[in-house]
Design a protein around this ligand. Sequence first.
Ligand code: SF4
Length: 319
Amino acid sequence: MEKPESVPKVAVSACLLGQNVRYNGGHCNFALFDRLNDFIEKVSFCPEVGIGLGTPRPTIRLVDSPLGIRIIEPKSGKDYTQKMAEWSELQSDSLINQKISGIVFKKGSPSCGLERVKVYSENNHPQKNGTGLFSMIFTTLYPHIPAIEEGRLSEPIQAENFLARVAMMDLWWKNEERGWTIFNLQQFHSEHKLLLQSRSPKSTRILGNLLAVNPENKSIGELALEYITMAQEYMGHNVEKRYVAAALRRAVGRLPKDLPKSQRAYLHTWIDYYLKGLVPRIASMALIQQAYEMAGSEHLPWKRLFEPFNIVSGVMAKV
Ligand code: SF4
């Protein structure tokens, strides 16, 4: 198996990595991470252990109170909101200093859940409309870092898309380390154009315009941050077949001009088959990849669309 030289860092709720940090002293290991050992570096966190709650411990929950949403331990009535908020800010900064390229949260947790977390009211009837305190603080402070719950990673298209976003973020960090210039920011954009178009056709025009005009006259660092925040938002859109097919057609359009018409038409026929659900996407992509290889030049925008995350990781959705 071909191993990548350096891999993106992904922060993960510790219980999903098999660590016994849950309130009941157990864990909820998520098998996908065992398969990704060679492709991501995992950075674990546990907010409840982080604020000093032991393992095992009494449960805590979100409560809608006159003071707003609080994290309360119902058994004792203790309010951990302030402590958790302070820890969350520090931990969020620490994860960013480690240059994480993605974060995976445990669903349903009052600390880690991203959505539909139970919020209890005074009459005790929970509504599933809350967000865990740590996940809320992290995603508010750092909206450009791809974030997902493990439940969504069980869906192959969502897993592939999340890891494509992680790979994009990892490249962004590597560029940032070298120092941004408007030239390499535009290069980064151009390299990701086909991938972005496969998620949102209008994204490349809007992002290209941002870089060309820099309407608020931001510094290059601020502009790069605004760019990746918007790009990651577009990459978070649902993956739609018609947009993927349109990006594949663009990729065919970028093949060298001397490609015989009949071969070009053949590639479009296979994209039609994909659109009609007759063949998986990889069938038409493999043919386009072969045409690029025969043309003899590496085309980075195509590479990012063809292999947005290391293909041998096995996360590419079979659709
Ligand atoms: S869900 Fe979050 S707070 Fe709860 S055990 Fe897992 S990592 Fe810790």
